[in-house]
Design a protein. Structure first.
Length: 206
């Protein structure tokens, strides 16, 4: 389980692909590069991809945006599940398995029947291929802004907020999963036990 978690997180490392800005040597559209270039880092391209692989920028930005959206949903899910807020009813009637029987934290995936995991993967595939295709790099799937007509400045501000919140969520969910694996406690259990500081509390590697 631990190796699977870390493998999936490493595979998602491209989600931390840099927020970039146009350089004169690239043919990228300046407007495309402005989104995500915010304080305090501004242009963040430690691997020099803007120079070496400018043609891949649009795809990497789409990957970052999508992973950020998934991470934001994951953070909310962790908070909800850690507070034992679950759906009423059965996850699997054939196995007499209720939603409330699923453990909180990363170990919960072990309790899901294989048929359930396949349904989840099938739903992901449907979203990726049909409803919100990964090939649509701008991330605009027609959902809109709750009926609002945003002026360009406000839209840019909200798009930057989405990118930054997604980046924070990716780091947050990564940290939560790593600490759960290292300590064997969920976020709720750690706070309940007073294990707030990572240093000198008898847990982890510090």
């Amino acid at each position: 389980m631990k190796s699977a978690i870390f493998a999936s997180l490493i595979a998602s490392a491209a989600a931390f692909a840099p927020a970039q800005q146009a350089k004169t040597s690239t043919a990228l559209n300046v407007n495309e590069l402005e989104i995500g270039v915010t304080a305090p880092l501004g242009v963040y391209d430690p691997l020099g991809w803007l120079e070496s692989q400018p043609e891949s920028f649009e795809r990497r930005r789409a990957v970052e945006r999508k992973h950020g959206r998934v991470a934001m949903a994951a953070v909310v899910g962790v908070i909800v599940h850690n507070n034992h807020i679950v759906f009423d009813g059965y996850l699997s009637t054939s196995q007499n398995l209720k939603f409330s029987d699923i453990p909180t934290g990363v170990d919960g995936i072990r309790a899901i029947p294989n048929a359930g995991l396949l349904q989840i993967l099938a739903f992901f595939a449907l979203v990726e291929l049909a409803w919100m295709p990964a090939s649509q790099y701008d991330g605009d799937y027609g959902v809109g802004w709750f009926g609002e007509n945003l002026n360009p400045e406000e839209k840019s501000r909200k798009l930057n907020a989405e990118i930054n919140n997604g980046r924070a969520a990716m780091m947050g969910i990564f940290g939560n999963m790593v600490v759960e694996v290292m300590t064997g406690q969920t976020m709720y259990e750690q706070y309940s036990a007073g294990h707030i500081s990572p240093f000198g509390d008898g847990q982890g590697v510090f």
